[in-house]
Design a binder for this molecule. Structure first.
Ligand code: PMP
Length: 398
């Protein structure tokens, strides 16, 4: 076995795509707005980003980022632990904590790092991480880094979670349950009220990753815990700036005093450079907009409902509930690629997701809608699918 043999496996998994003419990642040749770009020389509507509130081109965010880069430079060139904590990082932490009504807030360089940092600092050998089986890769990687025992429970199944907690006996006090607000592939919400009830019954800790639900769910946009009315039962909320806030970065908010030790204990916080001043500035501006303009959330949901209904009406097999992530399930890779390429030619970009990234081993066309989409763009996305309906056998029989 050579060092490089493992790449043969990766290449083999990619081969079906290569054989069908998909050789590399899609390149955005030109980004025109939060919802339009040029791909393969074609002007397309972007329906495969995580730009839920459409803030990437917001003038206030752009102005804040521009001012920060002029005043504070392009990068911090250091860790939060050393020279990389500027007063703006701390202000954003305080603003996030206030927004969530929490005592503590921490900012990380990405959402991926936030999960790595929190899971690996909160748990270690001898502890238990009880995670939803469909968890994001950053949760799985955080589990590995922690060295804790990893136990998966069936996706969105509180009874299965309860069963596993019961088996743990006294170890529940050393157990961290991890779930997500909205799951990124199928767009389904966690049954958080039930999960919080189970958590309380067994005395474990609960961390919720609100990456796809911040700015999307809840009367104030705080996410699923707010929508479900269980914020008091959630010990740690993790999230990202790379979706509804239109930048890059991650955070954790909590009332748990353990937060005072995380900066000293979390290697992914300590051993990486902190976010650039421009990122922190645009994120602070975006958070203000998220708070001040609930109409963006309403528009996002109107767009989500409209696309979901249109695709459902066309007979496509979709994720279980309307959501800003509209997952179109396709039976096999040939149909998925034909549909994806056809949409691109029509002028619509969506994400093509193939195993092993999909939860059930099938293929997905993962659409995501934005408050930035106009009703005409949503109509156009739906029309793109309608024009390709015959490509997907499943749609005819659904
Ligand atoms: N958690 C979840 C549930 C995600 O979907 C993602 C990104 N897709 C992340 C964390 C990582 O976020 P980031 O892009 O900020 O690293």
């Amino acid at each position: 076995m050579s060092l490089f043999d493992k790449f043969q496996q990766i290449a083999a998994a990619r081969q079906p795509l290569v054989e069908r003419g998909i050789r590399s990642n899609v390149v955005m040749e030109k980004v025109i707005s939060s919802t339009e770009a040029v791909i393969n020389g074609r002007h397309v509507i972007l329906a495969g980003t995580n730009n839920y509130l459409g803030l990437t081109f917001d003038p206030n965010c752009i102005e804040a980022a521009s001012r920060a880069v002029r005043q504070q430079g392009t990068g911090t060139t250091g860790s939060r632990m050393a020279n990389g904590s500027y007063s703006d990082h701390l202000q954003l932490e305080q603003e996030l904590a206030e927004f969530f009504g929490c005592k503590y807030g921490m900012v990380f360089s990405t959402g991926y790092i936030a999960n790595l940092a929190m899971l690996s600092a909160l748990t270690g050998p001898g502890d238990v991480l009880l995670i939803d089986a469909d968890s994001h890769a950053s949760i799985y990687d955080g589990c590995r880094l922690s060295g804790a025992e990893i136990i998966r429970f069936r996706h969105n199944d509180p009874d299965n979670l309860a069963k596993r907690l019961q088996r743990l006996g006294e170890r529940t006090s050393n157990t961290l349950i991890v779930v997500e607000g909205i799951y990124s592939m199928m767009g389904d919400r966690a049954p958080l009220a039930e999960i919080a009830g189970v958590k309380e019954k067994y005395g474990a800790c609960l961390l919720v990753d609100e990456a796809h639900s911040l700015g999307v769910l809840g009367p104030k946009g705080r996410g699923l815990a707010e929508e479900a009315g269980v914020e008091d039962s959630v010990d740690f909320i993790v999230g990202t700036f790379s979706k509804s806030l239109g930048a890059i970065g991650g955070f954790c908010v909590s009332n748990n005093p353990a937060m005072e030790m995380i900066p000293l204990a979390a290697r992914p916080y300590i051993f990486t450079a902190s976010s650039s001043p421009s990122i922190i500035a645009s994120t602070r501006a975006a958070l203000k907009i998220l708070k001040a303009r609930p109409e963006l959330r309403n528009k996002l949901w109107d767009n989500a409902q409209n696309l979901y209904q249109k695709l459902q009406g066309l007979g496509f097999r979709l994720g279980p509930e309307p959501s800003p992530v509209v997952a179109v399930r396709v039976a096999n890779i040939d149909e998925a690629i034909a549909l994806w390429k056809g949409l691109l030619e029509y002028g619509v970009y969506v994400n093509l997701v193939t195993p092993p990234a999909t939860p059930d081993g099938g293929c997905l066309l993962r659409c995501s809608v934005s408050a930035g989409h106009s009703p005409e763009q949503i109509e156009q996305i739906g029309n793109g699918f309608a024009s390709l309906k015959e490509v997907v056998r499943e749609a005819e029989t659904a």
